[in-house]
Design a protein around this ligand. Structure first.
Ligand code: PEP
Ligand code: MG
Length: 876
């Protein structure tokens, strides 16, 4: 039997092998293939990672053997020897999954150093300081990442060393200082681990590879995967690469660069570098790096070479690239390239520019913008007038655009906790690290004291579309005392702060935010998406205002108007309550008469906002107890207001109590019990349509939707009430009007009997919120409490209420589509559960050939783009 190949030299792969080699590994192979100067190495595959987990978290002997084989080949390529005292080969070990997960997993540099090879390195480079600096970094990283000794303890030792020697920067420590520091590091290691720091390079390597595999499942990686729809089954590859050194003195350096500006999309190379530094110094934001243009002044020859490679890589990948490079004693190397993360504004500009430059077709360009990113375009900025009248107290780097305002939170945990309680917080940190991910998600905005435009905070915030100001050195953050001092002012966790991620300005006060202006690129790009897509996009809206907003965002109709949302308005809740407490049909009809003009007025407003676009009006759905108070004191107050006794009203509230209200007296069951409610709603819908037709000339074709149907006979019963009422209204007004009556498919039984249901229903709209709830058998309101345990145990990887469970719930949708069409080939099909605004679910709906998706107004652009992408990816 042919043995599995788990390890590939860079020269054995190419860009098409991303699934096996991970993004970084495949690109290193591709760069090697096209002749970019890349330090050579090999990639341990994602399959080896999966095997590690399948084997119960142990690295298999055959994987170790293959690593060792490739290491011998790398020794030949490099002319150096791993562990040799004469000419030691040192390597970096880095994770690299199929999709980039910046900072989520672990990296180890300078592996292969030990007490002997460090001496050789000192001699070979004639640079004792460099050798020991590299060694102390390696001990620190290896101890932290592989052995779990906290980084902080090592940092304390450096701080002590700097204090003892009265110096400010790490770079001021002498070779002797660093030698001494290495000693202290090793002592710390021994104290913590009970053994000496491992000296055998081969053992170091296998431990490091294993640690990277392990880091695939660290908590922050799991959270990141869930946020970005990355399946845990992908695994990570591990790249082992010959080290080149940016910290060999002033002719060495390291940096990161983007082939275009990742914030604005401007077509200019953008980046930062530091001389005499290793990569982590730039990314971790410990020293503030220099703009890349200064490299041109410092060394024009290197800069020209650098610029050529950047252009070659962008042309090769037909996309904006994010690259890491190192200069070792005047020689330039590229350590990685990938499609760069970018703000939504930049993504649109780059996509449009690349089409205009003739690099991409419109279809290709459509795939270059993440639908979820559009969210951030639609997010607020500060009110111009307020900004003019408010002095900024400090300025940092405009790391991720948008505006945020909140009270100050000093740690990620604090941000998360306070946000969960409903507080708006801005996370203020010296710098962020990947552990902070949950706090960063919870915060309105992120402000850091240290770090550049490519620091962790900046990159992660940009990806999430969260506003971020980085590198604001004027702030003195005391994380222990929980204060920020700036310009003599001391702010605490009770103070408001406003940050502007587009200018970098910081304001020590709460500022008003306003909705954003959308750029011309947005319109051009979305126009292309509309040309391409087949799936229509409607909106879930219950008010004229929301409907109007959605139409501005490109909605082609209302897919779900939840009529009960109108019942909660202050001026009508009383009539609703009267309807509920009514003891006779006559009393109920009286209350409904009060509601009729209000409902009609709402529908008129919605039809007008739609200017002739279609609207699906869903009839009353929630259990009635939702409209009544539950606490005794509130019941007493309401009873007074309604002229009832406390006991009477209390008895009504109790009679409405249900053990499981989501499966109780709701949906069409209400109309079966009280057909007069459906009569009133029908009358409101039809009279409004006639009014708008007469007044504005719009030919409204009302679509009345009966919720929570599970049995054809209950649909037929309610439909008869509806149709009868419509005929009555039309006769009264002596007009004709087209209309449709359909149903939601949100109960599994309805999905399985959809061929019968379709005999009565002219359209289906999949209510995947309830369909998910009923299919999984867990409550949409309570699931959040236990889903976390399911994510941790990898039973579920995402929230089925956010991303459609295509296997289970999706099968029911598919069955209903097939069965519905078998009875009524032209049945209109849509989805109006929350999944209608989730990109992967939209793609699923496209593939099933639904007519439309419906989602909240702010997600309409996202759904339009996701629909276009689905069309490009899987032509129907
Ligand atoms: C649904 O169940 O998916 C739906 C859209 O209805 P609601 O969320 O109002 O129950
Ligand atoms: Mg529902």
């Amino acid at each position: 039997m042919e043995k599995n190949k788990y390890v590939y030299l860079f020269s054995e792969g190419d860009a098409s092998m991303k699934n096996l080699l991970g993004g970084k590994g495949a690109n290193l192979a591709e760069m090697t293939k096209i002749g970019i100067p890349v330090p050579q190495g090999f990639t341990v595959t994602t399959e080896a990672c999966n095997k590690y987990y399948e084997d119960g978290r142990v690295i298999a002997k055959e994987v170790i053997d293959q690593i060792e084989e490739k290491m011998s080949e790398l020794e030949k390529i490099s002319g150096k020897e791993f562990g040799s005292i004469d000419n030691p080969l040192l390597v970096s070990v880095r994770s690299g999954a199929r999709a980039s997960m910046p900072g989520m997993m672990d990296t180890i540099l300078n592996l292969g150093l030990n007490d002997e090879t460090v001496e050789t390195m000192a001699k070979l480079t004639n640079n004792v300081r460099f050798a020991y600096d590299s060694y102390r970094r390696f001990i620190q990283m290896f101890s932290d990442v592989v052995m779990g000794v906290e980084k902080r303890m090592f940092e304390d030792l450096i701080d002590e060393m700097k204090e003892e020697n009265h110096v400010h920067y790490d770079t001021d420590l002498t070779a002797e200082n660093l030698k001494e520091l290495v000693k202290r590091y090793k002592n710390l290691y021994k104290k913590e681990k009970g053994t000496d720091f491992p000296q055998e390079p081969k053992a170091q390597l296998i431990e490091a590879v294993t640690a990277v595999f392990r880091s695939w499942d660290n908590p922050r990686a799991i959270v990141y995967r869930r946020l970005n729809d990355i399946p845990s089954a992908w695994g990570t590859a591990v790249n082992v690469q010959e080290m080149v050194f940016g910290n060999k003195g002033e002719t060495s350096g390291t940096g990161v660069a983007f082939s275009r500006n990742p914030s604005t999309g401007e077509n200019l190379i953008y980046g930062e570098y530091l001389m005499n530094a290793q990569g982590e110094d730039v990314v971790a934001g410990i020293r503030t790096p220099r703009p890349i243009s200064e490299l041109n002044d410092q060394n024009a020859e290197i800069y020209t070479q650098f610029e050529n490679i950047v252009n070659t890589l962008e042309d090769h990948y037909s996309d904006m690239q994010d690259m890491e490079f190192t200069i070792e004693e005047g020689k330039l190397y590229f350590l990685q390239t990938r499609n760069g993360k970018r703000t939504a504004q930049a993504a649109l500009k780059i996509a449009v520019d690349l089409v205009e430059e003739g690099v991409l077709s419109k279809e290709e360009a459509i795939l270059k913008v993440e639908p979820k990113q559009l969210d951030s375009l639609l997010h607020p900025n500060f009110d111009e007038k307020e900004i003019k009248n408010t002095d900024a107290i400090a300025k940092g780097l405009p790391a991720s655009p948008g505006a945020a305002c909140g009270k100050i939170a000093f740690t990620a945990e604090e941000a998360k906790e306070r946000a969960e309680k409903g507080e708006k917080v801005v996370l203020v940190r010296l710098e962020t690290s990947p552990e902070d991910i949950e706090g960063m998600i919870a915060a309105e905005g992120i402000l850091t004291v240290r770090g550049g435009m490519t620091s962790h905070a900046a990159v992660v915030a940009r990806g999430m579309g969260t506003c971020c100001v980085a590198g604001c050195g004027a702030l003195k953050v005391n994380e222990t005392a929980r204060t920020v001092e700036v310009e003599g002012k001391v702010l605490t966790s009770e103070d408001w702060i406003s940050i502007d991620g587009s200018t970098g300005n910081i304001y020590p006060t709460a500022l008003k935010t306003v909705a954003p202006e959308i750029s011309g690129y947005f319109a051009t790009f979305m126009g292309w998406a509309d040309e391409i897509r087949k799936l229509k996009v409607r909106t879930n809206a219950d008010t004229p205002r929301d409907t109007k907003q959605a139409v501005e965002f490109g909605a082609e109709g209302v897919g779900l108007c939840r009529t009960e949302h109108m019942f909660f308005a202050e001026d009508r809740i009383m009539a609703v309550r009267e309807m509920i407490v009514a003891k006779t049909e006559e009393q109920r009809r009286k209350a409904l008469e009060k509601l009729l003009p209000m409902q009609r007025e709402d529908f008129v407003g919605i039809y007008e906002a739609l200017e002739g676009r279609p609207a699906t009006i869903r009839f009353l759905d929630p259990p009635l107890h939702e409209f009544l108070p539950h606490a005794d004191e509130d019941i007493r107050a309401l009873a007074n207001e309604m002229g009832l006794t406390f006991e009477e009203l209390k008895a009504t509230v109790e009679s409405l109590h249900e053990f499981n209200p989501m499966m109780g007296h709701r949906g069409c069951r209400l109309a079966v019990s009280y057909p007069e409610i459906a009569e009133m709603q029908t009358r409101a819908v039809i009279e409004a349509a006639i009014e708008v037709k007469n007044k504005k000339g719009y030919d409204v074709v009302p679509e009345i939707m009966i919720p929570l149907v599970g049995e054809i006979k209950e649909l037929k019963y309610v439909k008869d009430v509806v149709v009868h009422t419509i005929e009555q209204v039309l006769a009264e007004k002596n007009v004709e009007l087209k209309y449709k009556v359909g149903t939601m498919i949100e109960i599994p039984r309805a999905a399985i009997t959809a061929d019968e249901i379709a005999k009565e229903a002219e359209f289906f709209s999949f209510g995947t919120n309830d369909l998910t709830q009923m299919t999984f058998g867990f409550s949409r309101d309570d699931a959040a409490k236990f889903l976390n345990a399911y994510y941790e145990k990898k039973i579920y990887e995402s929230d089925p209420f956010a991303k459609l469970d295509q296997t289970g719930v999706g099968s029911l949708v598919r069955i209903a589509v097939e069965k519905g069409r078998s009875t009524r080939p032209d049945i209109k099909l849509g989805i109006c559960g929350e999944h209608g605004g989730d990109p992967s679910s939209v793609e699923f709906c496209h593939d099933l050939g639904l007519d439309y998706v419906s989602c909240s107004p702010f997600r309409v652009p996202l759904a339009r783009l996701a629909a276009a992408q689905a069309q490009v990816k899987n032509k129907r």
